[in-house]
Design a protein around this ligand. Structure first.
Ligand SMILES: [Zn+2]
Length: 257
């Protein structure tokens, strides 16, 4: 009798050890879902690195199944906020869940590449906070929307919203300072994060990701900062034009998650 119980415990232990296989069921399910509803291919474990173009080089390694699954739980909720129509209109083709991501030799948590319409996301656990990782998905996806809706030109209309004397500077935005550059610290009028001061493209992506994540501190700042309020209005007007489903109802739902 005792032996039978031990055997049962052993079998149970083996089933538990097979955890990652169950996780890949989640991946398979989401992969089917996104292909069907939006024509977007999810990639994990099979990507060939590096991806090299004339002006880009992306390096990375395939992530372990446990890290991928953990990330997918967050991804399912965050990307679930988007109507499939937006994903289709953006032209996004692939999302690669990987680890040790490098762009042009520099470490990255995520990269959006227009050449292959791909978003690369670093899913390694224990490196970034959950809040950061949830915002990251929206930030990188916004770059794809921006490429599709606005192109690669300078955004003078956006830059004109900034207070006089404000100049974007990648060096200042990414310099080591107090906490991660993506924290909502309101470093200057019109900016939620230090990283948003890098250039107009990052500024838009930072604002969008905080709206989609529904960062409460960011919401409060938008109420008190006229430049931020004007940026939110322009961003939402452009998005509505790009995809009619991003109307007031969409934003009302986004803050209910
Ligand atoms: Zn960015």
């Amino acid at each position: 009798m005792v032996k039978i119980v031990r055997a049962a415990v052993l079998v149970f232990a083996l089933v538990m050890a097979a955890g990652p296989a169950r996780g890949s069921e989640l991946f398979d399910q989401l992969k089917r879902e996104y292909l069907d509803k939006a024509g977007v291919e999810l990639v994990a474990g099979t990507e060939k690195f590096p991806f090299v173009t004339e002006h880009d080089r992306i390096d990375g390694v395939n992530a372990n199944p446990g890290d991928i699954d953990l990330f997918l739980y967050m991804f399912r909720k965050e990307f679930g906020k988007y109507p499939p129509e937006l994903l289709r209109l953006s032209g996004l083709k692939r999302i690669v869940f990987c680890s040790d991501l490098l762009h042009g030799g520099g470490r990255r948590s995520g990269v959006a590449v227009s050449d292959n319409a791909t978003v690369y996301l670093n899913v390694r656990s224990g490196v970034f906070s959950e809040r950061f990782r949830r915002k990251l998905m929206h930030h990188e996806f916004f770059h794809i929307i921006d490429f599709a809706s606005f192109g690669l030109d300078e955004d003078t209309e956006w830059e004109a919203l900034n207070a006089p004397g404000i100049a974007y500077s990648p060096a200042t935005a990414t310099a080591a300072g107090h906490g991660p550059s993506s924290d909502v610290t309101h470093p200057a009028a019109g900016f939620l994060t230090r990283y948003s001061m890098a250039d107009a493209r990052e500024d838009k992506a930072e604002l969008f990701s905080n709206l989609m994540f529904n960062d409460l501190q960011a919401r409060d700042l938008v109420k008190r900062d006229n430049v931020l309020a004007a940026k939110v209005a322009l961003l939402k007007a452009r998005l509505l034009k790009f995809c009619p489903q991003l109307d007031d109802g969409f934003w009302a739902r986004a803050i209910q998650f």
